[in-house]
Every structure is written in structure tokens, then in C-alpha cells.
Design a protein around this ligand. Structure first.
Ligand code: NAD
Ligand code: TDX
Length: 331
């Protein structure tokens, strides 16, 4: 099978490509990635000789059309992915996440190819802290930020292409990922690299917001199962029952790195900050037999901390600029 992986130089996409090369050596992989600030070709260094890498933009219709025609399935990770950036400038989110996905839909329709669209739990909005319910495939869409609204739009386009044109597409909506190769603008790697760099970790508001953490490898194993056995037109929610509030996460990182649990700073909260995400992944578990391997958050976090300690060359050149951008927002 020939896979076209968009966004394969980003966090989840590069982990997907690395995992695919080791677990599915029979797959032929082409990566299409624009190498924005969030993409890093060195994340694919270990598998460079086993894949084809194309630097290009999913907004380039002709390029997308040609690459889709040469492959069997598109696994579509490429996106602008950071909520805080979408509050500063929504425009690239509209282009990449909506127009880019539209290009992929048109090309997969024209060439009768499969699509697996990677999305997020943020399309469902947020839950109260004491809500006994969790997000499932029937939860109405209610996105809060320009990022999540652009991802919700892209999901809606995929659903429309399935219904109106019979496109063979699947969608997965996953919760917050952590693990190696995540950009240091994101919560967990920002705090780990803050501590390594001698800065205090930064907590938005009171830290009561809850995220449902999953290790990136568990997410990508689920994506492989959906590619192999998912039903056309279906949506699968991916989550590992990993709910934690941000205060708890920051304090766990501090303690695992040998610091005092209270050695962090409260900074300006994110406008429109979603309170809580929680995923009901029972459909994925019962229909496809998926279950997470990383069930102990602390040990997954320990492994992630070690990765950032051992791979400072991968992130250190971006640290000053990333923190300067946050500082301007009081964060
Ligand atoms: P990321 O920002 O780390 O990587 C995005 C990648 O896409 C980068 O390599 C970037 O260069 C590439 N890209 C951006 N615009 C492009 C364009 N126009 N054309 C081609 N390539 C382009 O993001 P991530 O965290 O790896 O997220 C990947 C996908 O997973 C996204 O669709 C995101 O919405 C979704 N998702 C992420 C999470 C999470 O916790 N990070 C959770 C659920 C879903
Ligand atoms: O320095 C920080 N301090 C802090 O308290 C940062 C960067 C974040 N936070 C908070 C905000 C969130 O409540 O931590 C939580 C996680 O923040 P992010 O890492 O920015 O993730 P989030 O906004 O939850 O979105 C992530 O999960 C869903 C990904 O970035 C999205 O791409 C994915 O769709």
C-alpha cells in the first residue's frame, strides 16, 4: 500500500512515519510537508532513506493532485495546530486547515483514493469539570477557537464528501498528545524545556483546565488500526482515559525533574480557554480492538522528559524565539 502522509515532519506525523517504517515495512511512504515553523525534517532522520520526502504545500492544488494520484491512501495530518497562534493570526489556519483539506478532498475524489483525516477532540467544545459525560461520535460540534473552528470545518467538509460523493474516508478525533518531537510551544514540552533552560514553568490562569492526555504512539497505533479495519464514512474518537488538570501536570513535571512542586509561575490565561476535554473511546476499543499501551502517565512523562534532555539540539535553537513570543502576550 502506498501512503501519502501530509504533515509528516510535524509532531504526530513524524512519530507516525517512524512507527510505520518499523511496524509496516511493506508500506511505501511519501511525506508531503511544507516545513513551516512546526515542521522539522530531522524528526525523520532515522527513516530518511526509507521514505520519499516532498517539501510542498497542501494549498498547492496541482502538487496535491499529482501526489494523490500516485498513492492509495492519504493520511492527512498537515495543519496549523496551536490554539494560541490562532488567536494571534487566524489566517494560516483558514488556508491550511480548510482550503488545504478541500484540495485533498477534491484530489481523492477525482482519483477515487482513500482518505484518513486526522482531527481533534476540540471540535466538540468543552465540558464542565463535574459533567459525568464524555465526548462521543454523536456529540454536537461546538468549537471555541479559530484553530478548533478550522478543524471542525475540515471535518464537516470530509463528512459532506463522504455523503455527497461517496468518498472512501474515515475521520479520527483524538485528545491531547504528548511524547517526543512535539514543538516546544505546546504545554508539556514548553515546561520541560523551561526547566532545562533555567526558566520557571508557566501555568495559564489557575490551572484547573483538564486535558485528556494520550501518548503519541498510542494515537498512531489507533490510526493504523483505522486504516486497516475502519469502516468507510465512520468517525472514531481516540483517547486513553488520561484526564489531568494542568496544575497536576506541571507539578508532576517539576517533581520528576527534581524541583519543588510549587516552583512555577501563574501567567495570563488564554482567551476563551476550553475548560475540559474528555473522550469516550469505547467504539474504537470494541469495534477495532484498540487499547493504549502507555497507561501510566508518569512513566510516559518520564520517557518524554528524558527525550528532551537527550535531544537538546532538536529544540534549543527555537527556545528564545518561542519564549519571546509568549512574553509579548503576558504568557
Ligand atoms: P504540528 O504543528 O506539530 O505539525 C504540523 C505539520 O504540518 C508540520 O510539519 C508543518 O510543517 C505541516 N504543515 C503545516 N501547514 C502545512 C501546509 N500548508 N502544507 C503542508 N504541510 C503543512 O501538529 P501536530 O501536533 O503533529 O498535529 C498533527 C495533526 O493532528 C493536526 O491535524 C492536528 O489538528 C491533529 N491533532 C493534534 C493533537 C495534539 O495534541 N497535538 C491532538 C489531536 C489532533
Ligand atoms: O505554557 C502553557 N501553559 C498552560 O497552562 C501552555 C502552552 C499551555 N497551557 C495550558 C493550555 C491548555 O489548557 O495547557 C493546556 C494544553 O495546552 P496546549 O499544549 O496548547 O494544547 P491545547 O490547546 O489543549 O491543544 C492541543 O490538543 C488538541 C493541541 O495543541 C491541538 O493541536 C490538539 O488539537
Amino acid at each position: 500500500m502506498k501512503l501519502l502522509v501530509t504533515g509528516g515532519a510535524g509532531f504526530i506525523g513524524s512519530n507516525f512515519v517512524n512507527l510505520s517504517v518499523s511496524d509496516y515495512p511493506e508500506y511505501e511512504i511519501t511525506v508531503l510537508d511544507a516545513l513551516t515553523y512546526a515542521g522539522d525534517r530531522s524528526s525523520l532522520a532515522k527513516v530518511e532513506s526509507k521514505i520519499r520526502f516532498i517539501k510542498g504545500d497542501i494549498c498547492d492544488r496541482d502538487l496535491v493532485d499529482r501526489l494523490v494520484s500516485e498513492n492509495d491512501i492519504v493520511v492527512h495530518f498537515a495543519a496549523e495546530s496551536h490554539n494560541d497562534n490562532s488567536l494571534l493570526d487566524p489566517s494560516p489556519f483558514i488556508n491550511t486547515n480548510i482550503v488545504g483539506t478541500f484540495n485533498i478532498l477534491e484530489a481523492t475524489r477525482k482519483h477515487s483514493k482513500r482518505l484518513h483525516h486526522i482531527s481533534t477532540d476540540e471540535v466538540y467544545g468543552d465540558l464542565e469539570l463535574d459533567d459525568p459525560g464524555k465526548f462521543n461520535a454523536n456529540t454536537p460540534y461546538n468549537p471555541s477557537s479559530p484553530y478548533s473552528a478550522s478543524k471542525a470545518s475540515s471535518d464537516m467538509l470530509v463528512r459532506a464528501w463522504v455523503r455527497s460523493f461517496g468518498l472512501h474516508a474515515t475521520i479520527s478525533n483524538c485528545s491531547n498528545n504528548y511524547g517526543p518531537y512535539q514543538h516546544i510551544e505546546k504545554f508539556i514540552p514548553r515546561q520541560i524545556t523551561n526547566i532545562i533552560s533555567g526558566y520557571k514553568p508557566k501555568l495559564y490562569g489557575k490551572g484547573e483546565n483538564v486535558r485528556d492526555w494520550i501518548h503519541v504512539e498510542d494515537h498512531n497505533r489507533a490510526v493504523h488500526m483505522i486504516i486497516k479495519a475502519g469502516k468507510p464514512g465512520e468517525t472514531y474518537l481516540i483517547g486513553a482515559d488520561g484526564e489531568k488538570n494542568n496544575l497536576e501536570v506541571i507539578q508532576t513535571i517539576l517533581v520528576l525533574m527534581g524541583k519543588n512542586a510549587d516552583d512555577f509561575e501563574h501567567v495570563t490565561d488564554r482567551p476563551g480557554h476550553d475548560l475540559r476535554y474528555a473522550i469516550d473511546s469505547s467504539k474504537l476499543r470494541t469495534e477495532l480492538g484498540w487499547k493504549p499501551i502507555y497507561t501510566d502517565f508518569k512513566s510516559g512523562l518520564k520517557q518524554t522528559i528524558k527525550w528532551y534532555q537527550d535531544n537538546q539540539d532538536w529544540w534549543s535553537a527555537h527556545k528564545t524565539a518561542t519564549e519571546a513570543k509568549y512574553k509579548k502576550q503576558g504568557q
